[in-house]
Structures are given as structure tokens and as C-alpha cells.
Design a protein around this ligand. Sequence first.
Ligand code: ZN
Ligand code: ZN
Length: 375
Amino acid sequence: MQVQAAVMPTPGQIEIREFEKPTPADDALLLQVDQVGICGSDKHMYLGHTNLNFPVIPGHEVVGTVAEIGKDANQVMNVMGGPIKVGDPVTVVPGSKNCGKCYYCLRFPHRPTLCTNRTIYGFSNCETPPHLTGEFSEYTYIHGNSWVFKVSAGIPEELRVLTEPVAVATRAVERAHAPGVPQVGAGYGIGNSVAVLGCGPIGLLVVAVLRSTGAGTIIATDIVDSRLDMAKNMGADVVINVGETSPEQRLEQVQDLTSGAGADIVIECAGLPSVFAEAIDLVRRGGKVIEVGHYTDSGSVNVRPHQICNKDLDICGVWAYPQIQFQTALDFLERTRAPLKDLITHHLPLARLEEGLQMLGEEGVYKVVIEPHAN
Ligand SMILES: [Zn+2]
Ligand SMILES: [Zn+2]
């Protein structure tokens, strides 16, 4: 039997190709892809902003059904909520298990995304069998070094495809927690004011996570009014349109809302260098800036290091998330009251992936979901 998959032979091109349906090895499984979300990073890949070993089958935000499973897979893989069997709904972490042997694994095992030997579904070369290394495909091959999470029945079916972006959003908020012994005013805590800059899917999910984790005033900024409306629906208290205000006006507004100090936490979700610079302006002295928007390199910006020094700032990057973060994401999806289903605006068959990539970023488009088995 042949499997249809969307191959990116080089940036800017998508071809639907057929591959022989592989039989999983003893430690692997074959996943029927039910839904896979298009991520901003897929669009960056399409636009040539990433340096990958093409051809690549993109797609890394998957929910699917176990189609075939090797006899040792439950023992070899990291399986959560298992054992898993044919017919089970699962989601798979894009990043493989870390190697355990590189410089970072040996010294910082609690920070698995620093590992330099991970493979990542949706970002790997697909030239050699079993080929199906990404998830914009009818089936995908899940190798033994994977983390697989069984999806519990309590998680609404339409929200399951958000597991991966929610892992990103929960990780971004966790990065604002204070390390070590908590002290009053150090790091994100109950009642803190947070400014979320940029209201694409990640920014909106960050707002929803903040609302349910006890944030105080949540301020969201974007240039598109409908995204700001969506931010309000997700739980933002105050929204500011950056197209209608000057940086000085925004600073004044944020200070007015925070006893003159600035936001306790600022989370940069726009992926624009100028917005990172603004985050440093908007945060209070002793506050935290979280940088989660720049998964690809979109250039540089002037900052004044004196501000960082004088404000005694913490600035934290977020590079994906530890694999176990998927459990946090699934628990959040099971319990949240935020209207997350409003974030899933389009469903397209595999043949229309290119159209989906092109529409990403347009007004009214949040998460576009590919359904490879739909017509
Ligand atoms: Zn993603
Ligand atoms: Zn490693």
C-alpha cells in the first residue's frame, strides 16, 4: 500500500508524493495521522528562513491513531498513559529522547532541549526509508526514541491538536517562575501583571494559560483588532493596538496599570526584534522578560544594556520544552475553560497544505489543521 505525504523538496515548494507504507520495527509504531496543525515554523521553513537538510516532510503538531505497533515499542519508547495498542489515540512529542551522552545531557539533564543530538519530527531529511519523518502525511513512522502520550477520553477531541502549541505556551509561562527558593516578588506568581506582546496562536495560548494560573492584570498587544478581541476572549484584561499607539503611549498605559512600575513579566510572542526591545521597556525593575517568539532568526535590534543592568532584569529564552511538558499541556486542555476551539479556524485536506501555509498570518486565520484522511 502507498502512503501520501507532503514533501518540501526545497523551500517554497510542496509536492504530494507516495511512499511504500512501512512496517514498524519491533521498537517502533506506525501512526495514522488524524490531525496536524500548521505551525508558524512550518511557514518559516516554506519561506526559506531555516537551514535544514531538504527534502523534508514538515508537520510536528500531531494527533493520530496507532495503526501498527512493534512488539517492544511499549518498553523501548517513553510511553505516558500506556501501554498503548492499535486503535489508541495518541500524540507524539516532535523532539526525540535526548541522547544522554552529549555535553548538555551529561551536565544539564533537566534541560533536555539543549541536547545536540535530538532528531525532530517534521524537520528531518526524508530520503531514506522509512521516509515518513514528518506528519503532513497519511501515516508517520514513530521510531523507538520517541515520547508518545496516550490521549485520555476527557480531552475534547477538537482541542487535541493544540497539545504541542500548548506545551510551548505553558513552558513560556513556567520560564517566568523563579528558580530556587521562592521570594516575594521574584518571578511569576499569583496576582502578577503580565504583558503579552503579539497575539498569534502562541500569544493567545499564553494569555489563556496565564488566566488559569492566577495572573493579575493581563495586557495584550497586537496590530490587528480581531486578534485583540480574541485575546480578550482568552482572558486578557486590557488590549492595546500597536498600530494606533506610540511606544511612549504604550509605556505610559502599562505603567498606569501597574502602579507606575511596569509589568512584572513581559512575554514576547510576536517574533519581531523591535518587540523584544519594547519588552525591556515595558517590564518593571526586577522583572522578567520571556523570549518565546523568535524560533527563527529575524534579525537584530538596538537595546540599551544599561536598562538591563539598571533594572536588575532576568531575560529568559524558551527553546521548545522538556518532553514531559506534553503532560502539562494535556492536563491544561482537559481542564481549561478558555474558548480554545475558537483558535482552530480552518480544516484542510493534505492536498491543500500549500494554501494553508500561505494563509497563515492573514487576519482571521489562527490554527489551520490538516486532516490527511479527509477529502
Ligand atoms: Zn509548532
Ligand atoms: Zn544529548
